[in-house]
Design a protein. Sequence first.
Length: 228
Amino acid sequence: MRRAFEEELNQLHEQFYQMGLMVSESIYQSVKGFTAHDKEMAEKVVNNDHHINEQQVMIETKSIELIALQQPVTSNLRRIITIMKACADLERMGDHAVNVAKATIRVKGNKKDLAIENDLAVMAEKVKKLVERSLTAFIETDVEEAKRIALKDDEIDQMAFDIHKHTLDEMKNDPELVLGATNYILVAGNLERISDYVTNLCEWIIYLESGKITELNTHNTLDNTSFK
């Protein structure tokens, strides 16, 4: 029975990783669709979001079953709870990708700024890589990598700020940009929020290893001994 439980736990990890890859691809396609003005790709992101939601429900249901039937203790209980919490963060990342896709669908022939769109594409690629790195760190329980990834959030915040400022400056210079350029600010904001959820994942990695809830980037740490 112990071996069967370990196999089920490994399967839960694999399902979490696959959900993460789905979210990463959704992020990539949403911004690619936005910068390429590809509404068909954007609609695909919106239509596929239910798969991410279904995966979350599946993971949470399986987690609850494992807790109820196997009654795990200490590190195994903490691992299951961490997966449940982390998959909720993945689902929220998917929601932000949908927000970007919907911005693409709303755009109707508005004037565009290719320089800002290029900056958004660069920002999106960086965020996508952080998502993928955080998934690998989660599966490997790599605390040091989690800390390195979390430090990148400041860079993403700065990119969002720069895009916001650049967009406002261009809107002042060219009123024809106003209607369409508001979507640049929306996309940058959603990418910045996805990066915040990456930091959350990194915090769950540390909790998984240590049993401590640690707020990365703020240097505030709270001990949680419930599942130590």
